[in-house]
Design a protein around this ligand. Sequence first.
Ligand SMILES: [Zn+2]
Length: 143
Amino acid sequence: MAANVIAKRSKLHGRGLFAARDLDAGVRLIEYKGTRYPKGELPDLGDDGVTRFLRLSDGTGIDGTGWAALANHGCEPNCELAEEEGSDPPRAYLYTLRAVKKGEELVWDYRLEVASRADAYADWTCACGARGCRGTMADPAQF
Ligand SMILES: [Zn+2]
């Protein structure tokens, strides 16, 4: 699986995830792995933690420590993170949304849950460079 992706320095943030070869749309790349937290017992998240922490549909969460957690946010993503249907506990994977060229950085839309609109634009600014960049990694639908 990991043969589809490589990790290296990103101009967006820290290390990112990149296509190791040309990829078709809808390819399952890698699982989002890390420390699992039960419902209602979310860890104390530091600044970096918020972008690593994945909330799952059953209320549990994963503090990402694997390769998938390296994937950066993008407002016009070429990937999505989706749960596998029927898995219990839920398992989430990074999938390509469209065909991706070898060497392209793989990004997905984090849609972070944050406390307020002000926080979204002060603390979770996005400068992904996409034409449609909305200026924050937070989910605009929550305000
Ligand atoms: Zn952006």
